[in-house]
Design a protein around this ligand. Structure first.
Ligand SMILES: *[C@@H]1O[C@H](CO)[C@@H](O)[C@H](O)[C@H]1NC(C)=O
Ligand SMILES: *[C@@H]1O[C@H](CO)[C@@H](O)[C@H](O)[C@H]1NC(C)=O
Ligand SMILES: *[C@@H]1O[C@H](CO)[C@@H](O)[C@H](O)[C@H]1NC(C)=O
Ligand SMILES: *[C@@H]1O[C@H](CO)[C@@H](O)[C@H](O)[C@H]1NC(C)=O
Length: 437
């Protein structure tokens, strides 16, 4: 389902006071209908998103973008990055482009600087809701929030999601929900719902949403970003204390430890140590002392990660547009640690969660009862007698993991300017993990 909405023109001419008054009251009654507020929010959000992405295309100086633009070429159909300008690079360094004008192209930042006066260039944005008129001030949060909680949610998990959001005070956190089942109205009775952002795109995953709606230039206001699944028990979790520990431990990427009663614990390192505040590595039979390979150290699962702003910027770039289940990211997350992954990536034991293991689209699983027919990748299996979306999602996730890893190997090989700080472990780490979350 695409985002829908109505357009509305807000009166701006100061000389037309009476017109403005009557329009204002229309506007008010218009706004009192929740659906309209929602649509306007979505439209404004989408407009901001598109314009920021557009601006970013032009402003982005860093070569990561260029590298990624090159790697977005997928089998058969090449996805072209629509850069309007480019960094001056030696054409031999850029095998995907055989245009001879490479060296003479204008650098992106310079061009935008020529088009607009410097003081008018707004390169980043925020998700802060704004008031439509002065009296409306009380309706929206005034102070800029510093933290973001983003979750892909379905109405079936309403109670669990409510419990989670209750743990994130609204004066500090922006709540952004991705409704993969298309249901938005039924959340409105919850106290925090009207102050939160609701985004709808049917049957999409957490990673799909995050790539589209959490561009670093859009979530630039947040120092820390929680990108969580919806099936988490938070009885023993306190968001602000968690962040205090994360800062104190110098972590750029973290996750709350998993209660041993959790439905699934995929890697021992995520398991809670009752006597610790946080840990960054484990020692077991397969992880002897001093072993610096993932997942003995530098590992968090993709189920409940928390990122610093800098780490998120890196991880966002690592998310592949077409690999929507996010498998494989966990094993590479340490590359975004902004330093040594054995020091900057960790599991926080003092504030911990219970993984309930409810299958949903938000994570890598899908409930049997959740229709996934719209998934174009599932089409060919629709005709089979026994159709199990969950199995199909698993199959696709596994294939995506292989694609992700192949792409990584190729990108690492093709980039002469990139050096692998964990080269010694690369082989061992490549096919060990299942990347599940
Ligand atoms: C949210 O807004 C809608 C529409 O204005 C309203 O019906 C609903 O009661 C509000 N919810 C809360 C919890 O205030
Ligand atoms: C471009 O190639 C020339 C000659 O091969 C080299 O000296 C120069 O450093 C290269 N520039 C970049 C940006 O790679
Ligand atoms: C790039 O090379 C291919 C094949 O060598 C050619 O068909 C294509 O026209 C070239 N593109 C440009 C922009 O020169
Ligand atoms: C999953 O599907 C079963 C029926 O097959 C249902 O009873 C259960 O409530 C569903 N779980 C969730 C979390 O939706």
């Amino acid at each position: 389902m695409a985002l829908m909405g109505v357009t509305h023109h807000f009166p701006v001419h100061a000389e037309q006071r009476s017109v403005q008054q009557s329009s204002l009251s229309k506007w008010r009654s218009f706004c009192s209908q929740s659906k309209h507020v929602l649509y306007v929010t979505l439209i404004v959000g989408l407009t901001l998103l598109l314009s920021t992405i557009f601006l970013n295309e032009q402003l982005s100086m860093n070569s990561i973008m260029d590298r990624f633009a090159a790697s977005f070429k997928t089998d058969g159909s090449s996805v072209k990055a629509n850069h309007l300008c480019d960094l001056p690079r030696n054409s031999t360094n850029n095998p995907t482009s055989n245009s001879t004008g490479d060296e003479t192209r204008v650098p992106c930042a310079k061009q935008i600087g020529e088009d607009l006066p410097r003081g008018m260039i707004v390169a980043t944005t925020d998700l802060q809701m704004r008031s439509l008129y002065e009296e409306d001030e009380r309706q929206v949060q005034k102070a800029m929030t510093k933290y973001l909680l983003a979750m892909a949610v379905g109405i079936k998990q309403k109670k669990v999601v409510d419990d989670i959001v209750q743990k994130f005070p609204l004066n500090k956190f922006t709540i952004m929900l991705f409704h993969y089942d298309g249901v938005v109205d039924q959340w409105q009775d919850l106290a925090w719902s009207n102050q939160s952002l609701h985004i709808v795109a049917l049957h999409q995953t957490k990673w799909w949403y995050a790539k589209r709606f959490m561009h670093p230039d859009i979530v630039d206001q947040y120092d820390y970003i929680f990108l969580w699944d919806e099936d988490l028990g938070v009885e023993n979790f306190h968001a602000e204390r968690y962040l205090e520990i994360m800062k104190a431990e110098g972590l750029e990427i973290s996750q709350p430890a998993l209660d041993p009663n959790s439905a699934e614990v995929h890697h021992r390192i995520t398991l809670r140590h009752p006597r610790l505040t946080a840990h960054k590595s484990i020692v077991t039979n397969s992880c002897p002392t001093g072993r610096k390979a993932v997942p003995c150290t530098g590992y968090v699962e993709v189920m409940a990660p928390v990122f610093s702003k800098a780490a998120w910027k890196c991880v966002w770039h690592m998310i592949q547009n077409d690999l929507v289940h996010g498998w494989g990211i966990d094993f590479k997350i340490g590359y975004c640690a902004q330093g040594l992954r054995s020091e900057k990536v960790g599991v926080i034991d003092a504030e911990y969660i219970l993984h309930k293991g409810i299958p949903s689209l938000g994570g890598p699983h899908v409930n049997k009862t959740t229709p996934a027919e719209n998934d174009p990748h599932s089409e060919e299996v629709m005709s089979e007698e026994v159709y199990d979306p969950r199995k199909e999602v698993r199959k696709k996730s596994s294939l995506e993991l292989i694609t992700f890893q192949r792409r990584w190997v190729k990108a690492a090989r093709d980039d002469p300017n990139w050096e692998d700080p964990y080269k010694a472990y690369a082989e061992a780490e490549m096919y060990r993990g299942k990347g599940r979350g």
